[in-house]
Design a protein around this ligand. Structure first.
Ligand code: SF4
Length: 350
């Protein structure tokens, strides 16, 4: 297995999916893998952690992904939409806290037209922040309009690169369509973020290895990896959740394959374990996304149950995140947090 780790470091493009699956299946490699991921992260990116303030502005969605708590078919939740003014004011608050990226996230909600989104982007850019959009699959012309309006990044998780599993989880959608959208976003000049869940029903180590292989080949600018957490109002309510260890292994392997990409320590990890995000930082993650969604909406954006940080006051998550980073031994960055692309691999002790 050490030979495989060495191959990942030196010749990542030559590593086969079954070799990645083997690393995922063996527990005895974990300590070495985690240490190596932290070493690689520090060699490329130092000890800094980027902070992105997230505003979940609508929990309406036209889709019904099987795992998602805000799926259209869930009639058990109250729906909300923030007004344009509310969204802009929240973004102003994020910028006033010295956070240089605003993430605008929602379900796939076409109530916000292309022009309304463009107007929001233009206003928020006045605060001198980077903007990440995370609002699902939309028309290619809309992506273009928003890029021209000033959006910097687009986050569209691929959830699983196992095509068969993807089709089961996403009625009326396909992995190929998602990849087409991701490619289009890149072509338009966005930094493109993807991401996946760990522990989905029907997912094995080979499926997970395909996720790693996909993010490597796509050369993703951001990779968000979190555990699957079953939501009681979804068809997957009785499934087992993903585990902390397997999720950390996925983060660590992603760091080895993409040493300079941005990897968040996800809120979902903090939900399944009190130190989940700190541990992720020690296994290669370098981004944290505190929640700036205002009350009463924050507790209604329930992609999964028991989400942390939903009852905190307006700005508490910003301060708490900085303390979390310090306590894990890293440094909060006040940078915009664009991907710092390296074109040659830095050597490491391994
Ligand atoms: S995962 Fe996204 S697209 Fe799917 S139902 Fe949830 S919010 Fe909608």
């Amino acid at each position: 297995m050490y030979e495989i780790l060495q191959k990942i470091i030196k010749h990542p493009q030559k590593v086969q999916v079954d070799e990645i699956a083997l690393i995922l299946s063996k527990e005895e490699i974990n300590v070495k893998l985690f240490a190596l991921a932290d070493e690689i992260r520090q060699r490329y990116l130092g000890k800094t952690v980027y902070i992105r303030g997230i505003i979940e502005f609508s929990n309406y969605c036209k889709n019904s992904c099987l795992y998602c708590g805000i799926r259209a078919q869930n009639k058990d939740i109250s729906r909300y939409r923030m007004s344009v003014e509310q969204i802009i004011e929240r973004a102003r608050l994020v910028s006033q806290m010295g956070i240089k990226t605003v993430v605008l996230q929602s379900g796939e909600d076409t109530h916000y037209s292309d022009k309304i989104i463009a107007q929001i982007i233009e206003k928020i850019k006045e605060f001198k922040v980077a903007i990440t959009l995370s609002i699902g699959e939309r028309d290619f012309n809309e992506y273009k309009l928003w890029k021209e309006a000033g959006a910097d990044r687009y986050l569209m998780r691929h959830e699983t690169a196992d095509e068969e599993l993807y089709s089961k989880l996403h009625p009326n959608d396909s992995f190929r369509t998602r990849v087409e959208h991701l490619k289009k976003l890149r072509e338009l000049g966005y930094e493109v973020g993807v991401g996946s869940m760990v522990g989905l029903p029907g997912q094995d180590d080979l499926s997970l290895a395909k996720d790693i292989s996909f993010v490597r080949d796509f050369d993703a600018d951001m990779v968000g990896i979190g555990p699957f957490i079953p939501h009681p109002s979804t068809p997957l309510r009785d499934a087992q959740p993903g585990t902390l260890t397997k999720t950390l292994k996925m983060i660590a392997l992603t760091r080895l394959f993409l040493p300079d990409t941005n990897i968040p320590a996800t809120t979902a990890l903090g939900t399944i374990h009190p130190l989940g995000r700190q541990l992720a930082l020690k296994c290669g993650a370098n981004v944290i996304m505190p929640n700036f969604t205002p009350a009463p909406y924050r507790s209604l954006y329930t992609l999964y149950p028991n989400k942390i940080c939903i009852f905190e006051s307006d700005t508490a998550c910003g301060e708490c995140t900085k303390e979390l980073i310090r306590s894990a031994g890293y440094t909060a960055s006040d940078d915009f947090g664009y991907r710092r692309k390296f074109y040659e691999r830095v050597t490491c002790r391994f």
